[in-house]
Design a protein around this ligand. Sequence first.
Ligand code: GDP
Ligand code: ZN
Length: 287
Amino acid sequence: MNKVQGFYYVESNNEVFECKLRGILKKTNNKYNCVVGDRVEISEDNSIVEIFKRENMLIRPIVANVDYLAIQFAAKHPNIDFERINLLLLTAFYYKVKPIVIVNKIDYLTEEELIELKEKLSFLEKISVPMFLISCHQNIGLEKVENFLKDKTTVIGGPSGVGKSSFINFLQSEKILKTGEISERLQRGKHTTRDSNMIKMKVGGYIIDTPGFSSIEVPNIENKEELISLFPEFSNIDSCKFLNCSHVHEPGCNVKKDVEENKISKDRYDFYKKTLEILSERWNRYD
Ligand code: GDP
Ligand code: ZN
């Protein structure tokens, strides 16, 4: 289900139906009652009569039933913002959506710069996050990502100018979006609203284009233990000397030891400490 300017678009057997919300669903008057990505049942008069149970839901941006969060950056113009990658990874883990990282515009790089970039991104492998280096202009690596995303629903996020539209153009199925009145409205909607937009891919599956990641903040993590659980590299180390170790200033901390021995990325660890500070301030305010 896709939602554009108050219209609901439901795809079924390769056709798109413009639908209304059945009164009873509307009545709950809740912005979460029917969201982009929902699987729904529609009646003969094109009313959405039921919303099926969601597998997951992101709140900012609001989308449901997502398999992957694709974090897209450019190798250059603009440069990669590693802190932002970490924030988006944290967000993905928080919502229990698998993250992947896509770096576009690798055509700008010399061979040495490419090696350097791979080295800088090697921390992703340690936390089992798939990474793809692509160039939309030179058609490098595009099909590999496409195959990976096949039949899945992927939310794509990243700053503007990194080539998201170019990449989505490559992925999208022409069939549904280019013909007919509905698609015209869909196209128009895409440019005039800040809604998320669900796009069918030519290999099957969907890509959700969303502007909602530009203003992203640290999610509402409730306590230190929850934050630690969102750093996969902290989870399989031997336990620290103190049971409730925050991995910051305690002696006998195995996380700090792993950072010193380069087993855990220093940037990731610094990001952890910074996030803990931000959250601690929040927690203190509400105590
Ligand atoms: P968006 O803002 O993330 O949707 O980015 P666009 O798709 O609009 O692309 C921003 C600019 O980057 C445009 O001028 C594109 O032509 C350019 N661009 C996109 N992909 C590539 C690429 O692979 N290599 C290079 N050199 N430029 C690219
Ligand atoms: Zn520790």
